[in-house]
Design a protein around this ligand. Structure first.
Ligand code: 9UX
Length: 72
């Protein structure tokens, strides 16, 4: 079954920032959808927990250069 995770993402200042986060998350295995909202500093990710987990997604966002916290 799919799971949803919402992250707070601090440090994004333009839509290209959001695009780079989305692209990186979508490259992970087990991602169904990723939507990054630069105005609200949030990222919502639908994923298959057999293949990926919240912490792996969080670390991927951090690797792009932003501080990420799981909030939902
Ligand atoms: Mo452009 Mo957004 O360098 O950090 S991608 S401001």
């Amino acid at each position: 079954a799919k799971k949803v995770a919402v992250f707070s993402v601090v440090g994004m200042t333009c839509s290209a920032c959001a695009g780079s986060v989305e692209k990186a998350v979508k490259r992970l295995p087990g991602i169904h959808e990723a939507a990054v909202d630069v105005l609200n500093n949030k990222a919502q990710v639908l994923f298959y927990p057999t293949f990926v987990n919240e912490e792996r997604i969080r670390e991927t966002i951090e690797d792009v250069g932003f501080e990420a916290t799981l909030i939902e």
